[in-house]
Write a protein that binds this ligand. Sequence first.
Ligand SMILES: [Mg+2]
Length: 113
Amino acid sequence: VASLEDLTNRMRDFTQARDWGRFHDLKSLTLALAGEVGEVAELVQWLPAERATTADDGLRDRLADELADVLLYLVRLADVAGVDLGAAALDKLARNDERFPVTTFRSIAPEAR
Ligand SMILES: [Mg+2]
């Protein structure tokens, strides 16, 4: 299993080998990430919810491909921004635990409260 650090280093090496660092500013990487999220959405946008499942091997394979694009751009964006993505995510999870206590929110969507 690849760690965020492995992926960050691989993306840094991939970028440096191609001299693409000058294209990897925050704005461009943010738009690239948004574009890849859009490609994930495109896979399911017109499917009825009951058909948008990973029971379809073809859909799972296409999702895996696009989710990989999302993760790689996310990791690259965080690297360029100087953000420790793992630490930021753990911090966010801890804050969400406090914000949405199980005793209050179990089986209740946050918006419904
Ligand atoms: Mg893609």
